[in-house]
Design a protein around this ligand. Structure first.
Ligand code: PEP
Length: 262
């Protein structure tokens, strides 16, 4: 068993929220974050209009915040786009890029995802690169190849020093919002593909998150897998009770690990 030091839990609010309910959620997270211990880092990725609210509520707290996408351009005539420097002005430190809902519903290619990651890094923002297969791809035995190819596009354009600043989230599309999660064995296989690729091509170690149908009831089992450095959490991050219960599960696993290594 690998000794683990910390877990990063990132809430992906997707297109949810209202000023009033966000205020309650953020306030509760701030109140309770300190009880989780320094090894559990919380963050939320909010819709753009709520970035100022996240800044007001979370600046000078231990909770990080960011967005769910950034433009591949820094500025210009790109109606509807929001650039990485714009979100950086609001103190955002994280940007999800290549979420499957963007790859699939907005036809984002892995090459575009790589450029978005570059733009985020240039603005001082940490990209959380999402990779993962569809159910058809898994059934066709293509999971490893899909994940490898998605990651390759990013590794092809980034310098090694920039790769070292990434966070990678394995999010199988078929697990998102469905209540289904991969078995430990399936996850282990994918994490091995990602780690091997990162070591072979750039020799760096970055945090690997898991995302898809994480709930308080399955969190502890999931976090017990030593390869997983944290999670990207959709629906459950909209409830302070559920998000904090998942964080508590991470904290429990970390303290059990520490006991084991005493
Ligand atoms: C996500 O979409 O990033 C996600 C993990 O969603 P959910 O937790 O709702 O499956």
């Amino acid at each position: 068993m690998k000794k683990q030091q910390s877990k990063l839990l990132v809430g992906n609010w997707k297109m949810h929220g209202r000023l009033a309910s966000n205020a309650v959620l953020l306030h509760t997270l701030v109140q309770r974050a300190a009880t989780l211990g320094p090894q559990v880092q919380l963050a939320v990725c909010v819709p753009y209009p709520y970035l100022a609210q996240a800044q007001t509520s979370l600046e000078n707290t231990p909770i990080d915040y960011g967005v769910q996408d950034v433009s591949a351009y820094m500025h210009g005539a790109y109606t509807g786009e929001v650039s990485a420097p714009m979100v950086a002005e609001f103190g955002a430190t994280l940007a999800i890029v290549g979420h499957s809902e963007r790859r699939i519903f907005h036809s984002e290619s892995s090459e575009l995802v790589a450029v978005k990651a570059q733009r985020a890094l240039e603005a001082g923002i940490t990209p959380i690169i999402c990779v993962g297969e569809t159910l058809d791809e898994r059934r066709a035995g293509q999971t490893d190849n899909v994940v490898y190819t998605q990651l390759s596009a990013v590794l092809n354009v980034l310098e090694k020093a920039d790769v070292a600043r990434l966070i990678i989230a394995y999010e199988p599309f078929w697990a998102i919002g469905t209540g289904r999660i991969p078995t430990a064995q399936q996850m282990q296989k994918v994490y091995t593909v990602i780690r091997t690729q990162l070591m072979a091509e750039v020799n760096v170690h970055v945090p690997l998150l898991y995302g898809g149908s994480l709930k308080p009831s399955n969190a502890q089992e999931l976090f017990s897998q030593s390869e997983i450095d944290g999670a990207l959490i959709g629906a459950a991050s909209l409830s302070a009770i559920d998000f904090l219960a998942i964080a508590k599960a991470a904290s429990t696993v970390l303290s059990e690990n520490l006991d084991y290594f005493k």
